[in-house]
Design a binder for this molecule. Structure first.
Ligand SMILES: C[S@@+](CC[C@H](N)C(=O)[O-])C[C@H]1O[C@@H](n2cnc3c(N)ncnc32)[C@H](O)[C@@H]1O
Length: 293
């Protein structure tokens, strides 16, 4: 990740949510609150993202966006939103079953902790992110009613996560926690992924869960979505966000220990979340894993 700029991929995901909300066929997949939150992030970030926000809200841009999607990663927009819905469902279920803390690592401009914060009195929330991304989120978010939401800025590729930094910001390792690392681990070197897994487990009371996503290695060890074009490889590289790490399902079981893998969700599982998606392309290659200690 570039040190001065907020994550471009995080901004792109925020714009994707706004775009889908304005698409009559898929607007039901994105809540108004989520789309408004993402719009606020884009509105505040820079004059360029403000202009981009105006564009993605225009009807004429929808066919253009579809074309861009077709020549980059077909089905990526649905992948983003279904990935979010899947993780939100897992988080809500963990809260129902007694988790009292939620930590989103590499949170980007994701609205989940704000939405859960409103629905879950008594639960504490943390967002951990690269300082270059997090400072923009802090600048953009509504200043009221977020007293149970804490922010920790850290470059996970450089220093890794310091247990004390989290504990100092009121995190309690004796409480049951739901951890999320969505769209993050592919940007970290392998040794940082393993040490993050270990650090999170060392901060987790029994029954805590971890939902994370990873790129499934393709033939020849390639790290990319199944249908990803070279244009995307180039874009990620020039933005300083190339994919660095990926693995296979079998390897995750070993690598995640002491986390115990409960289940994986692939593009077919995501498709089943909505009956109207039977014939729609959904990008294939990034898996969700739910694990527990
Ligand atoms: C693709 S975005 C995903 C954002 C969000 N989780 C979502 O799914 O909408 C990647 C996120 O990882 C964060 N990230 C990437 N490299 C990082 C690093 N070295 N340290 C901390 N965060 C990092 C970025 O700041 C960004 O928020």
């Amino acid at each position: 990740m570039q040190n001065e700029h907020a994550s471009h991929t995080a901004l792109l995901i925020a714009a994707s949510l706004v775009l889908l909300r304005h698409d009559s066929k898929h607007s039901g997949l994105v809540s108004k609150a989520s789309a408004d939150f993402c719009a606020q992030m884009l509105e505040t970030h820079s004059p360029q993202t403000r202009l981009f926000l105006k564009i993605v809200r225009q009807g004429w841009f929808r066919p253009v966006a579809k074309l861009i999607e077709r020549i980059t990663i077909p089905g990526i927009l649905l992948h983003y939103i279904l990935r979010k819905r899947c993780i939100a469902t897992l988080a809500r279920s963990a809260l129902t079953n007694g988790a009292t803390q939620v930590v989103v690592v590499g949170a980007g401009f994701d609205p989940l902790s704000f939405e859960l914060h409103q629905d879950s009195p008594g639960v504490q929330f943390w967002e951990i992110d690269h300082p270059a991304t997090q400072r923009h989120k802090l600048r953009a978010l509504p200043k009221i009613g977020i007293e149970r939401l804490h922010f920790v800025a850290v470059d996970l590729s450089a220093t890794g996560l310091d247990r004390q930094a989290l504990i100092k910001s009121s995190f309690d390792p004796t409480q049951r926690t739901f951890w999320i690392a969505e769209g993050l681990l592919m940007y970290l070197p392998a040794d940082k992924v393993s040490s993050l897994m270990r650090t999170l487990s060392s901060l987790s009371a029994p029954g805590s869960q971890f939902a994370f996503t990873f790129m499934e290695k393709q033939g020849g060890g390639l790290l990319r979505f199944d249908s990803q074009s070279k244009l995307v490889d180039w874009w990620l590289r020039t933005r300083g966000e190339p994919f660095l790490w990926g693995t296979e399902r079998g390897e995750v079981v070993e690598l995640a220990r002491p986390w115990r893998v409960i289940r994986f969700f692939d593009h077919d599982d995501l498709r089943q979340m909505d009956s109207g998606l039977a014939d729609e392309p959904i990008a294939k290659g990034e898996m969700i894993c739910l694990a527990e200690v």
